[in-house]
Design a protein around this ligand. Structure first.
Ligand code: CA
Length: 437
C-alpha cells in the first residue's frame, strides 16, 4: 500500500478521494505500507497518479527493456552493498531477474480510473465480504483473540483490513516482488521510491524471513495477506508464531494478522473507540464546520443538532464531521482511530470501507443515508480542469495534479462560498460544469 493510494478490493477498482482529508502520499510523513496499485490483489487504487519523473536518466535507462535492466542492476549493486546488503544476497536474488513489461504497462495505466465512494463501498463492504469476514474471524478465533490482547486492536478491524487487502488471503499476489521492484526502480518513474523498497526487500531476504521465490506480491510490490510494502514490513512485521521468521506470505495468516495489529498499534490505535459513526445533519448546519481541522466533543456536536443515526454517541473524545460526498451523501463523526487507519491508506473511501466493514462484521447496521447516485466519478481531465479553473479564479489548489487533496477541497469551499452555494467542499460534476461555463 502506499499511502497513497491503494487498497484492496478484489476487482481492481480505483477511486479518487473527494474529501479534505485526502492526503497525498508525498505529503504524508507516515511510512507507506503499500504501493499504489491496481491488481487482483489490490482492489482499489485511490489516487494513483505518481509524480512526474524528474530524474535524469542514467546510462542504463537510455537502453530499453531487458538489456537496460541488466545494466541498471550492475549500477545498483554497489549502492545496495553500501546500504548493508551482502553481495552474495544480491547476486542470488538478482541473478535471474528480467524486465517485466506488464508491470510498466500497469504502472502507466492506473491513473485514469476512478470510482465514486458509493460504488467503492458496495464492493468493499459487500454481503459476501461481510460473511467471509465473520467466517475468517471464527476460523482463526484463537489467533485473533491473542493478537487483540497483545496489541490492543479489535479483531474486527484487523479482519477488515485483511478482507480489503487480499479478500482474507485469497488474493495475495503472485508476482515476484524482487522482479517487480527491480523493474519499477529501473523504469525510473518514482525510481527512487522503488529502489528504496527493493533494498528493503533485499534486507528481508538477508534476514532470512523468506526466500526470493516465496516473496510474492502485487505487481507493485505489496506483499502478503495485508499487502505490506517492504519498508513497512521491516518496521512493523512480527514473528507471532515464534518460528524465527516473520512470514506474511504463507497460507498461515497469523504473522500477517499480528503484523497488521502491530502496525495499527504503532500509529496510536485506541481500543474501545470507533473509527467513526454515521450522523444525521440538521438543515441548519453550517457546512464550514465539516472540516478536519475542526474538532468538538460529541456533546458539542449534539448541541449543534448533529445526532447519531443509529443511536446516541458516547463521548469518545474530539471528533470531526466528514462528508465524503458532500451534503447530499452520508455524514460521519470521526474519531482518532480514523487517522490511524489513514496510515494504511489515506483515501477516505478506504478508511470508511475498513471501518464500516469492521462494524458490519461485528453485526452493526448498514450505512443508512443515501448518496448522490446520479453523480459520476470525475475523470482525470475533469479534476485537472477543475483545479485549473479554480486556480484561475484565485482559489489556489496548490497545483494541477488531478488529486483532490485538502487544498483542492478548501478551494472548492471558497468557490462555493463566493457563489453562494452550500460550502460542503464536494467536487461534484455539477460544480465542474459550473466552473466550465
Ligand atoms: Ca513466524
Amino acid at each position: 500500500m502506499w499511502v497513497l493510494r491503494v487498497c484492496a478490493i478484489t476487482a481492481g477498482l480505483s477511486l479518487v478521494s473527494q474529501s479534505a482529508q485526502a492526503n497525498t502520499m508525498s505529503a504524508s510523513t507516515r511510512p507507506p505500507l503499500k504501493i499504489s496499485a491496481q491488481n487482483s490483489a489490490q482492489p482499489v487504487s485511490f489516487d494513483a497518479r505518481p509524480p512526474v519523473r524528474t530524474q535524469v536518466p542514467s546510462q542504463a535507462q537510455t537502453v530499453s527493456s531487458d538489456a537496460g535492466l541488466q545494466l541498471w542492476i550492475t549500477e545498483f549493486k554497489p549502492r545496495a552493498v553500501a546500504q548493508g546488503i551482502d553481495l552474495s544476497v544480491l547476486d542470488r536474488a538478482l541473478r535471474d531477474v528480467n524486465y517485466d513489461a506488464k508491470i510498466i504497462k500497469r504502472d502507466r495505466n492506473q491513473s485514469e480510473f476512478t470510482k465514486t465512494i458509493w460504488d467503492y463501498l458496495s464492493t468493499a463492504v459487500s454481503d459476501l465480504r461481510i460473511k467471509n469476514g465473520k467466517a475468517a474471524l471464527q476460523k482463526h478465533a484463537e489467533i485473533f483473540e491473542q493478537v487483540e490482547a497483545k496489541y490492543g486492536v479489535e479483531k474486527e478491524f484487523v479482519a477488515a483490513i485483511w478482507g480489503l487487502e487480499s479478500a482474507y488471503g485469497t488474493f495475495r499476489g503472485s508476482d515476484s516482488v524482487i522482479r517487480s521492484l527491480t523493474t519499477l526502480a529501473y523504469d525510473g518513474r518514482r525510481g527512487e521510491f522503488f529502489e528504496g523498497e527493493l533494498i528493503a526487500a533485499l534486507k528481508i531476504l538477508q534476514n532470512g524471513d523468506t526466500s526470493a521465490q516465496n516473496m510474492t506480491g502485487s505487481w507493485a510490490g505489496a506483499m502478503g495477506h495485508t499487502q505490506f510494502i517492504p519498508t513497512s514490513f521491516l518496521a512493523h512485521a512480527v514473528d507471532f508464531d515464534g518460528d524465527g521468521r516473520r512470514d506474511i506470505w504463507s497460507d498461515d495468516p497469523q504473522d500477517a494478522i499480528a503484523s497488521t495489529a502491530a502496525y495499527l498499534a504503532h500509529f496510536g490505535w485506541e481500543k474501545g473507540t470507533p473509527w467513526g459513526v454515521e450522523v444525521t445533519i440538521p438543515d441548519s448546519f453550517d457546512y464550514l464546520l465539516a472540516n478536519r481541522d475542526i474538532a468538538k466533543s460529541p456533546q458539542e456536536w449534539a448541541n449543534l443538532g448533529i445526532t447519531g443515526t443509529h443511536g446516541s454517541i458516547k463521548n469518545y473524545g474530539p471528533a470531526s464531521i466528514l462528508l465524503p460526498a458532500g451534503g447530499d451523501g452520508a455524514a460521519f463523526m470521526i474519531f482518532g482511530n480514523f487517522e490511524v487507519l489513514e496510515s494504511y491508506n489515506t483515501a477516505d473511501a478506504y478508511v470508511i470501507g475498513v471501518g464500516h466493514l469492521s462494524d458490519r462484521i461485528k453485526g452493526g447496521a448498514a450505512i443508512k443515508s443515501g448518496w448522490p447516485f446520479d453523480d459520476n466519478a470525475l475523470t482525470l481531465k475533469q479534476r485537472e480542469d477543475m483545479q485549473r479553473l479554480l486556480t484561475a479564479k484565485g482559489f489556489d489548489t496548490d497545483g494541477i495534479d488531478g488529486k483532490i487533496g485538502p487544498k483542492t477541497v478548501n478551494a472548492v469551499r471558497a468557490y462555493q462560498v463566493s457563489e453562494g452555494l452550500r460550502p460542503d467542499g464536494y467536487a461534484s460534476p455539477a460544480l465542474v460544469n459550473r466552473l466550465q461555463r
